[in-house]
Design a protein around this ligand. Structure first.
Ligand SMILES: Nc1ncnc2c1ncn2[C@@H]1O[C@H](COP(=O)(O)OP(=O)(O)O)[C@@H](O)[C@H]1O
Ligand SMILES: [Mg+2]
Length: 558
């Protein structure tokens, strides 16, 4: 269009010069003006068409890439949820977060923009270069000569930019970790008056971040001028060589104009080659990291046809030995015991004795290496983990509450529970009164965004959360340690009344004389060293008897 318009003007200018002023010349100017206006209108219409199609192309491809990103992220999250506790023990949280956020974004950049510009590039290349070759192969070669340099240097510069950005990302991640640690450990930092030392470290790391960012800014500053330089060179060569060819009569001046436009049209795709290549490289690395997660097998395998009967609560450990896969520590050695549905058992013993490990194995967070754990006579591996865990009410040693209201935290155990039930269970867990004293009662937000509760309060809320599930089997892992004796007795009273029919395992290092335990295990270094009922154990005069005596003395002292 532009070539035709320009050639038309050039030809007519010569005619115009030959004519004298008069009606013919006026007529020529008028008709030429009309024609040029038509050309102008056509160019605008074509530009609008280009815009419309560009819009649809972006809509199709970018929207598609967002949908794939969404699916991929969902898939990874589901995978994360299916992986076992053991996986999280050996993985770094920051790294896992990066895989579901940054890596997914990088893959999206590939399936979105990289493919978009790739298609754009190929089609523009074919169209523009074939039109150029049609006019003159020689001029085409001249005009395109600087473009490979453009691609290569942009590739080089973008790789450099990516490398520097990755370093900056990492440093930023490190800065975030420092800040997060200081926030969560602020009490320790303050009580050891370490503000200055930590501030100093933060400053050093921030300085490093600044240096790296400035390096990136310097490289970035090269990008645009480099592109302009090479495009400019291409335009100058086209005009110079094209001019000579016009003089030789090989092409028309309109061809030069059209070439300059082609060169400009090709600039962006040629720049994009380098950019796209570096996105593809990064996406490949990211996809590999994502695949590592997607291909990770949960260490707890679900059985194909699980046993479905409702769980009653008989438990038996048959010669169970267990070694933690990551540390190689043998936490249980030939543990053997049996507990009938509805019975109460206490496990006591020194720290590191293997008490928590028994709970972890019952929950099937790990699989035993030798021996067998049965519930209702069925190997726990024959239940689905879903079925098994829904029958278990577990209160872990370190209570974790979500940053949400107290009601929501308790209802986590049973989302259908009414407010009345929630309050009922909080009464059982002897926390109701404490909650009412909080500024917004049950609607008080706890944790990061809200009030800080004491250790004992948190323990009791997590007890309420576990009990509201109405599980068949309750395991309390040392979760009365931060509770005073009176409160403790009121909670244990509940187990004797409301929860009398449930199998209960209480892990502790205090001896309760309130509960008539059916079974007491003393664990030491992964072995059962004493077992039996309270009276039997006292008669044995071992660890249990010693502990009981010590605690009785303490009680008298109170
Ligand atoms: N997740 C784990 N990974 C590796 N070793 C562990 C893990 N948890 C506990 N251990 C080790 O297993 C042993 C028993 O721990 P645990 O069952 O927590 O004892 P207790 O609850 O009686 O204090 C300890 O030596 C401890 O270091
Ligand atoms: Mg423990």
């Amino acid at each position: 269009m532009i070539r035709e318009a320009l050639d038309l003007v050039m030809d007519n200018i010569q005619i115009y010069r030959m004519l004298d002023a008069g009606p013919v010349r006026e007529q020529l100017v008028k008709s030429l003006g009309g024609l040029l206006l038509e050309f102008g209108g056509l160019v605008i219409v074509l530009a609008l068409c280009m815009g419309v199609f560009m819009y649809f192309m972006r809509q199709t491809i970018i929207v598609m890439s967002r949908l794939i990103e969404y699916d991929l992220r969902k898939l990874i999250f589901q995978k994360f949820e299916s992986l076992s506790v053991e996986f999280y023990k050996r993985s770094n949280t920051g790294d896992l977060m990066a895989r579901i956020s940054e890596d997914v974004s990088k893959v999206r950049m590939y399936i979105g923009p990289a493919i978009l510009y790739g298609i754009n590039l190929v089609s523009l290349f074919i169209l523009a270069i074939s039109s150029m070759v049609n006019v003159s192969l020689e001029l085409t070669l001249y005009a395109l000569a600087p473009l490979p340099f453009l691609s290569i240097s942009i590739y080089y510069v973008s790789s450099l930019i990516n490398k520097k950005s990755t370093k900056i990302q990492k440093q930023l991640g490190y800065l975030n970790t420092i800040v997060q640690e200081v926030f969560s450990g602020i009490r320790v930092v303050k009580s050891y008056t370490q503000e200055a030392a930590i501030g100093g470290n933060f400053e050093v790391q921030s300085e490093d971040y600044k240096q790296k960012s400035m390096e990136l800014a310097r490289v970035n500053a090269f990008f645009y001028p480099l592109m302009l330089l090479l495009v400019g060179a291409s335009t100058i060569i086209t005009v110079f060589m094209g001019g000579r060819m016009v003089l030789e009569g090989k092409i028309s001046p309109g061809n030069i104009a059209e070439f300059v436009i082609y060169v400009n049209m090709l600039t962006w795709p040629v720049t994009a080659i380098g950019w796209v290549a570096s996105i593809i490289q990064q996406a490949a690395v990211s996809q590999r990291r994502i695949n590592e997660i997607l291909l990770e097998e949960p260490s707890i395998q679900e059985i194909k046809e699980p046993y479905r009967a409702p769980i009653q609560g008989d438990i038996s450990f048959e010669n169970v030995s267990f070694v933690y896969p990551d540390s190689g520590i043998e936490a249980l050695k030939g543990v053997d015991f049996e507990l009938k549905a509805g019975q109460k058992m206490a496990i006591i013993g020194r720290t590191g004795g293997g008490k928590t490990t028994i709970a972890e194995l019952l929950l099937r967070n790990y699989d035993v290496q030798s021996g067998r754990i049965r519930i209702d006579g069925v190997d726990i591996k024959d239940f689905s983990t879903q079925h098994l865990r829904s029958a278990l009410g577990y209160v872990p040693q370190d209570s974790f509450l979500f940053s949400d209201t107290i009601s929501a935290n308790v209802a986590f155990g049973n989302p259908d529970a009414s407010q009345k039930e929630i309050e009922q269970y909080c009464q059982y867990a002897a926390i109701h009164q404490d909650i009412l004293e909080l500024p917004e009662g049950y609607d008080t937000v706890v944790g990061e965004r809200g009030v800080t509760l004491s250790g004992g309060q948190k323990q009791r809320i997590s007890i309420a959360r576990a009990l509201i599930k109405r599980p068949k089997l309750v395991i309390l892992d040392d979760c009365l340690s931060a509770v005073d004796t009176k409160t403790e007795q009121s909670i244990l009273g509940f187990f004797e009344s409301e929860f009398a029919g449930k199998t209960t395992i209480i892990i502790t290092h205090r001896i309760y004389n309130l509960l008539e335990f059916d079974h007491i295990l003393v664990l030491d270094d992964g072995r059962i060293v004493e077992s039996g009922k309270h009276a039997e154990l006292l008669a044995q005069g071992g660890y249990y008897a010693e502990l009981f005596q010590k605690q009785s003395l303490e009680k008298e002292a109170e």
